[in-house]
Design a protein around this ligand. Structure first.
Ligand SMILES: *[C@@H]1O[C@H](CO)[C@@H](O)[C@H](O)[C@H]1NC(C)=O
Ligand SMILES: *[C@@H]1O[C@H](CO)[C@@H](O)[C@H](O)[C@H]1NC(C)=O
Ligand SMILES: *[C@@H]1O[C@H](CO)[C@@H](O)[C@H](O)[C@H]1NC(C)=O
Ligand SMILES: *[C@@H]1O[C@H](CO)[C@@H](O)[C@H](O)[C@H]1NC(C)=O
Ligand SMILES: *[C@@H]1O[C@H](CO)[C@@H](O)[C@H](O)[C@H]1NC(C)=O
Ligand SMILES: *[C@@H]1O[C@H](CO)[C@@H](O)[C@H](O)[C@H]1NC(C)=O
Ligand SMILES: *[C@@H]1O[C@H](CO)[C@@H](O)[C@H](O)[C@H]1NC(C)=O
Ligand SMILES: *[C@@H]1O[C@H](CO)[C@@H](O)[C@H](O)[C@H]1NC(C)=O
Ligand SMILES: *[C@@H]1O[C@H](CO)[C@@H](O)[C@H](O)[C@H]1NC(C)=O
Ligand SMILES: *[C@@H]1O[C@H](CO)[C@@H](O)[C@H](O)[C@H]1NC(C)=O
Ligand SMILES: *[C@@H]1O[C@H](CO)[C@@H](O)[C@H](O)[C@H]1NC(C)=O
Length: 537
């Protein structure tokens, strides 16, 4: 039945008239065929162990490129995604893919204001420990997001007699909606595999400090488990990742404590306080997309395009590209319209999931408490944020002494954590206006929370001991200045004394009123007054 739908759509691509009643319809497919089963011991297909003859298998030594190489290899491409063009191709290096906010694939950020800093370990320091928190890879839209709604509206209109798309929109007459929801796309799996490979090559030598199997964490959502496993497959190899570490899966569901999904225990993360980001972004969308709406409207009969529809078309470009490798929606827009799209997502994050929202630092607090626990080797004893007492009280599920920590989480958790940690340089130019893109914008979501975003804390030592003396933070390969944290002084490599950093985090934990910011019934005060993700004291 489902296959049948796909075939009909394909055969109609050659007919343009009468085809339109299929436009916007949802097509879906499942593999393998339902009647095929895999038998555990298949005599025709014995596994490698049964076959034998593996050849020589010497293991070699661990890599430590972050220490040994003078510079760090950058992630620059998003193979196999087809790089879109712009409508007004200006022949510049502008890349549409880099302007999709949290829907952009991770690429290395050159600098967060420390132009001379590199993620490679600075001279005079040794690496003692690394803390990684990463986002899942590219996924389909979340349930109920704009693209599916837009497709349904197009489909409803297309069944009417007057629907007709022409010119640059002609493809929409036969366009079907092929995206699922929530789960990783094949490209998203590649991203996490690559992140795991990259981490092994950069930090593999730290494995020598483990005296037990690593315990790495993710949450229970399908794409989260899939991301964590692909990271591990990249790090350990597909033949080893089921045996070489423990995967802790924290429940991500309403009411369950997990610092990797803190919104589940923070009511103000689920009401109109958190949707303030959408309110602010919508003001900008209603402005920057007016020219595109006017330009495209004449090419579609029987459907009145709104600026929100046009925004959904831009969103579809991003999702179709990271899911299907290519999207016909991309080339419809100018370079400025893509800059506007990125800025809409910057607004959404600043006011919904970043420094401009009063319930955001509270959401980041739990992970910061866990970080302090890991850095001080002291267990958490006082509970009152998203921390899960059962998980962090056990050495089995929450070991404190790992040389490599790996946590998998979400875009809006990473932006909450960097707000809670007082990475104030990212908020340096203050609250974002909703009517223009400010000069020297510093809060750029494609650099903070793209698909496969990764925040790395490097614990370093300058006295040869195995205990760290310094720490620094690297977000998507860009070193972040820590000068917003009390006591951390300016440093060209982004370093801060470890005890000073820990004291700053302890102060932040005290400063952030989880109960009030997450549970109180308040109206957002003047948004221009909030830059620390907290309700003003
Ligand atoms: C759609 O519009 C084009 C251009 O006006 C026209 O040539 C075509 O016949 C129309 N198709 C339908 C199905 O109305
Ligand atoms: C599965 O079902 C399809 C369609 O009925 C059939 O063509 C195919 O041969 C079946 N495959 C197996 C392995 O039985
Ligand atoms: C970066 O290095 C250059 C060359 O050594 C130096 O002139 C410049 O001041 C440095 N910039 C910063 C911000 O440290
Ligand atoms: C803590 O996490 C465990 C495992 O995910 C879960 O079973 C338990 O309900 C959580 N505790 C709370 C208070 O949410
Ligand atoms: C589009 O808007 C016009 C003017 O408001 C209205 O007359 C028309 O019915 C609308 N068309 C559709 C398909 O909604
Ligand atoms: C779970 O989270 C709540 C905050 O919503 C916190 O008050 C409580 O102490 C936590 N409980 C456990 C058992 O971790
Ligand atoms: C933006 O940065 C440039 C270069 O640093 C500076 O000259 C300019 O004054 C800044 N503009 C604003 C509005 O801060
Ligand atoms: C490292 O820190 C641990 C725990 O704080 C302490 O027991 C140990 O003596 C320290 N080692 C060195 C070489 O300073
Ligand atoms: C966090 O940043 C704010 C504003 O820049 C500052 O007032 C506060 O002291 C900082 N807190 C810590 C613990 O560094
Ligand atoms: C929040 O306060 C407003 C105004 O006092 C009230 O109307 C509303 O019902 C309250 N909401 C909740 C969830 O308590
Ligand atoms: C959210 O809605 C409640 C009840 O409708 C209202 O009292 C409150 O002011 C709203 N908050 C924001 C941030 O808009």
């Amino acid at each position: 039945m489902l296959l049948h739908t796909v075939c009909v759509a394909l055969s109609l691509t050659r007919l343009s008239a009468a085809a339109s009643s299929f436009a916007g319809s949802t097509s879906t497919f499942q593999f393998p065929p339902a009647n095929v089963t895999v038998t555990a011991s298949d005599t025709f297909f014995p596994d490698a162990e049964q076959v034998g003859f593996a050849g020589p298998t010497p293991t070699g030594d661990e890599a430590a490129a972050i220490v040994t190489a003078p510079s760090v290899a950058k992630v620059e491409q998003a193979f196999p995604l087809v790089r879109p063009d712009t409508l007004d191709n200006q022949g510049t290096s502008f890349n549409v893919i880099d302007n999709w906010g949290n829907l952009s694939p991770f690429k290395s950020v050159a600098s967060f204001g420390l132009p001379n800093a590199s993620a490679a370990i600075p001279a005079g320091y040794t690496l003692t420990q690394v803390h990684l928190i990463h986002r899942h890879g590219a996924r389909y839209p979340t349930s109920g997001a704009g693209p599916a709604t837009f497709a349904a509206e197009i489909h409803a209109a297309a069944t009417g007699p007057s629907f007709n798309a022409t010119g640059p929109l002609e493809f929409m007459n036969t366009w079907t909606y092929k995206l699922g929801a929530e789960i990783l796309t094949p490209f998203g799996r590649e991203q996490l595999f690559n992140l795991g490979v990259g981490f092994r090559v950069k930090y593999g030598e730290l494995l020598k400090g483990f005296d037990d199997l690593p315990v790495w964490r993710t949450t229970s959502e399908d794409r989260m488990v899939d991301s964590a496993l692909h990271f591990a497959a990249g790090f350990f190899g597909v033949r080893r990742y089921t045996t070489d570490y423990h995967q802790l899966i924290e429940i991500e569901a309403d009411g369950f404590n997990s610092t990797l999904a803190p919104y589940e225990v923070c009511p103000n993360a689920n009401n109109n306080i958190s949707s303030f980001g959408t309110v602010q972004a919508t003001k900008w969308i209603a402005q920057y997309l007016v020219p595109a709406q006017k330009r495209l409207s004449p090419f579609i009969d029987g459907f009145n395009l709104t600026t929100m529809d046009v925004f959904n078309m831009q969103t579809l470009c991003a999702y179709e590209t990271v899911s299907l490798g290519f999207s016909a929606f991309c080339d419809l827009f100018t370079e400025d319209e893509w800059k506007g799209f990125e800025y809409a997502l910057d607004l959404q994050f600043w006011y919904g999931f970043g420094p401009g929202n009063p319930a955001v630092s509270a959401q980041g607090r739990g992970w910061v408490e866990e970080l302090v626990s890991r850095l001080t080797q002291q267990r958490i004893t006082s509970f009152g944020s998203s921390v899960n007492e059962t998980i962090v009280s056990s050495d089995t599920t929450f070991p404190l002494n790992q040389p490599i920590f790996v946590d998998a989480s979400h875009d809006i958790v990473i932006t909450a954590i960097i707000t809670a940690m007082n990475f104030t340089s990212l908020a340096a130019n203050g609250p974002l206006p909703t009517d223009h893109i400010p000069e020297n914008q510093t809060y750029i979501v494609n650099q903070l929370a793209p698909f496969a975003s990764n925040l790395v804390g490097q614990v370093l030592s300058n006295d040869g001991s195995s205990n760290g003396t310094h720490i620094r933070w690297i977000l998507n390969d860009g070193v972040v200045p820590l000068t917003g944290i009390n006591g951390c002084t300016e440093d060209p490599n982004g370093l801060c004394d470890l005890p000073t950093f820990i004291a700053g985090m302890q102060q932040r934990i005290q400063e952030i009123d989880f109960d009030f910011d997450c549970f109180a019934n308040f109206t957002i005060p003047d948004p221009d007054t909030i830059t620390d993700g907290q309700f003003p004291q």
